[in-house]
Design a binder for this molecule. Sequence first.
Ligand code: UD1
Ligand code: MG
Length: 420
Amino acid sequence: MQNITAVILAAGKGVRMKSALPKVLHKLCGKPLIYYIIKEVKKAGIERVVIVIGNQAELVKKTINDLFEGIEFIEQKELLGTGNALVQAKNKLRKEDNILVLPGDAPLITADSFKKLIAAHKQDNSCTLLSAYLAYPQGYGRIIRRDKKIIEIKEERDVSCTERKIKEVNSGVYLFKTKPLFKALSKISPDNKKKEYYLTDVISLFAQQGLKIDSLSISEKEILGINTRKELACAEKIMQTRILENIFKKGASIIDPATTYIAEGVRIGKDSVVYPFTFIEGNVKISKGCQIGPFARIRGDCLIGNNVVIGNFVEIVRCKVRDNSRIKHHSYLGDCLIGRNVNIGAGTIIANYDGKNKNRTVIGENAFIGSGTILVAPVKIGKSAITGAGSVVLKNRDVPDGATVVGVPARLLKRRKSNG
Ligand code: UD1
Ligand code: MG
């Protein structure tokens, strides 16, 4: 493959989001917008990724470093536009042959499109860009052509009435030859309504010099750039559909995609079925043959074994549930390890939070937790132990293997001696 470095522009404030949070950190299906861009770029085989940061730089950097290794950062001190953002990276990039520039707010563009863009970037192209044809092109830069050749990209606020009707728009993703790019960037000026240095102005300079510009068009579902909360909600729908499609491919069923929310990164095994109104978020793995929901919520780090039933109105967070266990109705289980073949009765609550710390509970295999039990963590319920309906097992009052406890607070039930 040609030598390509990716530069993601992520310094902007995201004024149109009306938020204290930098735009690229807004969550889409549970992960920051910029996560998807980095992930897809890496998937396309690009190893070197440089990110231009500015607004709340430290927070953006820390969030990205928690998700990926080996990303390089460069700071744009004054937010003077996309062209100015790229200039900041000049010293880091001048030795590269090609630079793939990406906006930090277009998370739906896939690795496949990046690969196609790279393939279309012929030796004599100075720029190859991704565009799209939109029925409603509002908000995007328009691609202006003469005799079919791209001669300019004009921002919406700078177009004429006729140009406004152009349906071919700029995705903000361009593959440039490095030398002509930085040469042109040194010539652009903030001569527009926003008084910013527009990266898009490089295109008309290229055209004037007779440099070759090519384009490749991608679908409406990939191009979406997120500038507003409404666009974020649109992207959420598209990304959710993709996540569910991947789950279908693995052999799991989602009864009603419209009322199911599954975050990026959740894994669901073969022949598991997710019933409606279920939310699965965080680092969750559900193994094979499980029944989840309706009305269930699984979050945090959770590992659910094979053939587990998690029924209606059950919330599970940071739990390991081993094979064949059943939590069928109205329960809250937090910070817990549940062994194999455990039955958790209706209305069981683990009181895992004491106001300061989250405490752990362990429930041994084959245990039977009676309906309405409260387990005050930290506590351990032995293998094959039983708790009576409505019992309250206090913290550190571990229940031995095979024992039965009842009442409030729960006490050991003595076995009656048989008369014989
Ligand atoms: C940009 C393009 C537009 C294209 C659209 C696609 C320009 C001038 N316009 O418009 O043609 O149709 O994307 O989504 O490039 N940024 C910086 N520093 C800055 C300004 C912006 O790093 O000084 C970053 C932002 O954080 C963002 C990206 O650049 O991630 C794009 O900026 P944004 O303001 O969203 O540009 P658009 O108006 O969407
Ligand atoms: Mg944008």
